[in-house]
Design a binder for this molecule. Structure first.
Ligand code: E4P
Length: 217
């Protein structure tokens, strides 16, 4: 299972990278705005900085919503760095653009996916990643994890190569549940990854080991 961090905050990206388990980064326009990164030039510079920190895939989202605009912007983003994955919204022109990018060998992440049907279309168009937003489904009393299970079943039935990128992961249990369901990738905040470290018996056990060691020294 690949671990991506879902942020545009460079300190957090560095911290996750230093942990040694980071496989990539996802961003979106809201995460960029949260860091105060505005305007195309600054946003593009920021993507380059992220690519310099991490070794893996970095999703960069197009703003255009029309076919020609998505193609223009996606090609510019893909030119920025070899690690860039063009993030395209799940809309009609987005699907057409994903097919175009896929034929040209440009990797894509189909974002804002909330149903199995949308995920099926993304795979048919040749998306590299599909991003079902599990947290946002949970927010409206709909089981986000069930969507991961449905997509896994459909993709396995037909051996689609599109990778399931569980997005909108909000906490550590989401990661564990996605791993059980066979999501290929998860993207979440640093806190959700760090939560995997924690167990009180580890802390108690370590304290006891150190105490006993110090008795004999
Ligand atoms: C995915 O790529 C999105 O950036 C993200 O996971 C959305 O998460 P949120 O619902 O917590 O905003």
């Amino acid at each position: 299972m690949k671990f991506f961090i879902d942020t545009a905050n460079l300190d957090q990206i560095r911290e996750a990278q230093d942990l040694g388990v980071l496989d990539g980064v996802t961003t979106n326009p809201s995460l960029m705005a949260k860091e105060g990164i505005t305007g195309k030039d600054n946003i593009f510079k920021h993507y380059r900085k992220i690519c310099d920190i991490v070794d893996g895939d970095v999703s960069a989202e197009v703003i255009a919503t029309d076919y020609d605009g998505i193609i223009r912007e996606g090609e510019e983003l893909a030119e920025l760095h070899q690690q860039i994955i063009v993030k395209v919204p799940m809309i009609k022109d987005g699907i057409k653009a994903i097919k175009y990018f896929s034929d040209k060998g440009i990797k894509t992440n189909c974002t804002l996916v909330f149903s199995a049907g949308q995920a099926l279309l993304a795979a048919k168009a040749g998306a590299t990643y599909v991003s079902p937003f599990i947290g946002r489904l949970d927010d409206i009393s709909t089981d986000g994890l069930n969507l991961i299970a449905e997509i896994r079943l459909i993709y396995d039935n037909y051996e689609f190569e599109t990778q399931i990128l569980a997005a909108s992961v909000r906490h550590t249990m989401h990661i564990i549940d996605c791993a059980k369901l066979g999501a290929d990738v998860m993207t979440g905040p640093l806190s959700s990854i760090e939560g995997l470290l924690k167990h009180p018996l580890t802390d108690i056990g370590l304290a006891k080991f150190l105490e006993d060691y110090n008795k004999g020294n």
